[in-house]
Ligand binder design. Structure first.
Ligand code: 3PG
Length: 305
């Protein structure tokens, strides 16, 4: 059986080497398609494989149409907004993610971005400290929870809003739960976003919420660029000189933001949240084990369709 790893942004070699040997032991062949520049290369290589592993690579209707033997696709990571689930389901293809495997890397980046922004992007001048400030975590999943635990070690007051979780489950981490999103924004000097991108959340981080933040506001987005209303970022930052924005993946209007607001804005050139050797190994190995587990034994834990 063949498993394709199609990664425009490749895993570390240590990860793919281990993935290859796991596949080999299971009697499968791991095929790598890395740094591809044309989607036609993806269409051609996906044709003959039974299993597919991707990162943020878009598994579109066309990819699925070309995948004649595909039985399972695993998004090595948390967010699966890049998978066309309807197309997978229609063809009887199982789709999974690998929740939690790269969370620590993303959480560390979120904290790193908070410090970087609070210290004027290390460009000089008097900055501020995290200690004693309030952090609002929007969505308390695997990443949000780790950000909260790290922030507490920095002496931050940590609040969270997550309508999908029980209050007690958050509170047992020593994190205070707020009743509404508005309350979260009103009370937080820093907001860290951990919501998925879907029809409900796209552009949901808007002016009406952002304007509620107290003076000296920092918005940190290690979730998805789509969840933030980019025009509203321009609006709030034009109105408020105390408002700062850091995002892990460049917004479409980055040139405008940088020109207008200088180092009050920071964007990574390529999504970096999960770019650690540890996260690559954790997510990559989990993905290959999940593919094999499904192909050989029909195990469909972490199925999302
Ligand atoms: C995720 O959803 O797991 C992260 O955004 C990581 O994405 P990446 O694998 O493309 O770096």
């Amino acid at each position: 059986m063949k498993i394709l790893v199609a990664t425009e942004k490749p895993f570390a070699k240590t990860a793919t080497d281990e993935m290859k040997s796991i596949a080999q032991i299971a009697g499968c062949q791991l095929v790598l398609l890395e740094k591809y520049t044309d989607v036609a290369q993806f269409y051609a290589t996906v044709e003959e494989v039974e299993g597919l592993i991707v990162r943020s690579d878009k598994v579109t209707k066309d990819v699925i149409a070309n995948a004649k033997n595909l039985k399972i696709v695993v998004r090595a990571g948390a967010g699966f907004d890049n998978l066309n689930l309807a197309a997978c389901t229609q063809k009887g293809i199982v789709a999974m993610n690998t929740p939690g495997q790269n969370s620590n890397a993303v959480a560390e980046l979120a904290i790193g971005m908070m410090i970087f922004m609070a210290r004027n992007t290390f460009a000089g001048g008097t900055g501020s400290e995290l200690k004693g400030k309030t952090l609002g975590i929007q969505a308390y999943g695997n990443v949000g929870r780790l950000v909260g635990l790290l922030a507490k070690a920095f002496g931050m007051n940590v609040l969270a809003f997550d309508p999908f979780l029980k209050k007690e489950d958050i509170e047992k981490d020593g994190v205070a739960v707020v009743e509404s999103l508005e309350e979260l924004y009103k009370k937080s000097n820093f907001i860290s976003l951990h919501i998925p991108a879907n029809e409900k959340t796209k552009k949901s981080i808007n002016y009406d919420l952002l304007k509620l933040m107290p003076k000296g506001a920092f918005l940190v987005n290690t979730a998805r660029k789509e969840v933030v209303n980019e025009e509203d970022i321009v609006k709030i930052m034009s109105e408020r000189e105390d408002f700062n924005y850091a995002t892990d993946i460049a917004p479409d209007n980055l040139a405008v933001l940088t020109e207008k607001f200088g180092n009050r804005v920071f964007a990574t050139p390529k999504k970096m949240g999960a770019e650690t050797a540890e996260a690559n190994i954790n997510a990559g190995l989990a993905a290959v084990n999940q593919v094999i587990g499904y192909l050989k034994d029909g195990i469909d834990k972490f199925r999302v369709n």
